[in-house]
Design a protein around this ligand. Structure first.
Ligand SMILES: Cc1cc2nc3c(=O)[nH]c(=O)nc-3n(C[C@H](O)[C@H](O)[C@H](O)COP(=O)(O)OP(=O)(O)OC[C@H]3O[C@@H](n4cnc5c(N)ncnc54)[C@H](O)[C@@H]3O)c2cc1C
Length: 378
């Protein structure tokens, strides 16, 4: 028998849960029902989310640590008025569940959803052989269909250890971001050291490359890094993952057509900034905007970034595809010549055109111009 819902969300990951949170908070789920479909039956602490903000205005009890100082290029610096926040995905999942589980209008279903089909009045989707219908379908998770050979494509891979520091010194008052002093191997590689105390930290290797970083190779690298820095560690947890660095998800229009009933959210909706991979806060804002649009019956917003920022990202992606080893010198020069808070503002796409020109003037102008001539704006 077909089961009917007002809203269906595919995927109980970051974007799906943020959207459900905002639907509940806006009051939509007092009178309407929601089905959340999740295929991964063992969803656990599968990743760490970090993000910087000044004050998002939201209480985020799932954030378990933040830093007001970071070390970059070996120098400790204040990032005021920003804070660099850290949360474990499991804490976020538990927090959202604790808010939603008491609402009888929210139903949770374990299973992989087939592709949803548009029908009169909404959509239908098959899960575990049963059919579910909804007026709206919010779809996260499936990145494959937008990835074509024509789009610039790199992977940002992460291999990280949450470690107990048995011996060796670590500065617990600041997070180390984008430390390029690790073997590059003709790719762009850097290290994050996020200390929770002077005895516990997340140490993570990040790589930009056309190939994903192999889990074992990443761990080998972590072993070498710990040895070279005199850290004796016990590994408490392994984090591994890869996300696309691609302009394939960029949106050229700010809204979905009025007739659309299948709405992308999360990575597939363009939530990740292609050149940094940050997107957690953007998913929060997009979920809020979607819930508002549903409440007010206005067009569904896409994650829309200004054209010039999409262009800058494509330029840098083209450089990283053609010269994978150049990331180190570009980012190092960026942080050496520009105030760190300005860099964070730029990466947040909050700078103005004049500020951006001042940034580009201090980078490898000839390289950027060469790539511009080679690819134009593509
Ligand atoms: C290891 C790692 C670390 C990261 N760190 C950061 C960070 O520090 N800061 C930051 O801003 N971003 C980070 N990101 C990027 C981004 O924020 C995350 O990838 C984020 O989880 C993406 O959210 P999402 O909702 O699009 O996808 P997900 O969180 O992956 O959620 C999608 C969910 O949908 C489910 N699903 C997929 N297809 C189906 C289907 N057909 N039927 C049912 N269920 C389905 C999946 O099982 C999954 O649970 C990181 C990513 C990774 C992989």
């Amino acid at each position: 028998m077909k089961k009917n819902y007002n809203y269906i969300i595919q995927g109980a990951g970051a974007s799906g849960l943020w959207l459900a949170y905002w639907m509940q908070k806006s009051g939509l789920l007092a009178t309407s029902n929601l089905l959340i479909i999740e295929g991964d039956a063992h969803k656990s602490n599968d990743r760490t989310w970090c993000f910087w903000e000044t004050n998002s205005g939201e209480t985020m009890p799932f954030v378990n640590h933040n830093w007001q100082h970071i070390t970059i290029l070996g120098q400790k610096q204040s990032i005021a008025p920003y804070r660099y926040n850290h949360c474990r995905s499991i804490d976020f999942y538990h927090w959202i569940h604790s808010l939603l589980d008491t609402n009888a209008n929210i139903h949770w279903l374990k299973g992989w959803a087939d592709a949803p089909v548009v029908v009169a009045g909404g959509i239908e989707v098959t899960v575990n052989g049963d059919i579910y219908s909804g007026k709206w379908y919010f779809k996260s998770g499936d990145t494959a269909e937008k990835e074509t050979k024509k789009t610039i494509h790199l992977w940002q891979s992460f291999v990280g250890w949450r470690v107990k520091i048995v011996s060796g010194a670590i500065d617990a008052t600041c997070a180390t971001l984008m430390d390029f002093s690790i073997p590059q191997n003709n790719k762009t590689r850097f290290l994050y050291v996020l200390p929770m105390s002077d005895r516990e930290a997340l140490i993570e290797v990040t790589q930009f490359d056309c190939e994903k970083l192999d889990k074992e190779k990443g761990q080998q690298l972590l072993t070498e890094i710990c040895a070279s820095r005199g850290w004796q560690t016990d590994v408490l947890e392994l984090e591994y993952g890869a996300i696309p660095m691609s302009s394939a998800y960029d949106n050229k229009e700010p809204y979905w057509p009025l007739e659309s009933r299948i709405i992308d959210i999360g990575v597939v909706a363009g939530a990740l900034k292609p050149t940094t991979g940050y997107g957690f806060l953007r998913m929060m804002h997009h979920g809020k905007a979607l819930a508002e649009a549903l409440t007010l019956n206005t067009p569904m917003p896409k994650i829309y970034r200004k054209m010039r920022f999409r262009f800058y990202d494509r330029l840098l992606l083209n450089i990283l595809v053609d010269y994978p080893w150049r990331g180190k010198s570009i980012f190092e020069r960026l942080f050496a010549r520009i105030k760190v808070t300005t860099v964070l503002k730029f990466l947040d796409e909050g700078t103005n055109f004049w500020e951006e020109m001042q940034i580009f003037c201090r980078l490898q102008v000839a390289l950027f111009v060469k790539i511009l001539f080679r690819y134009g704006g593509r």
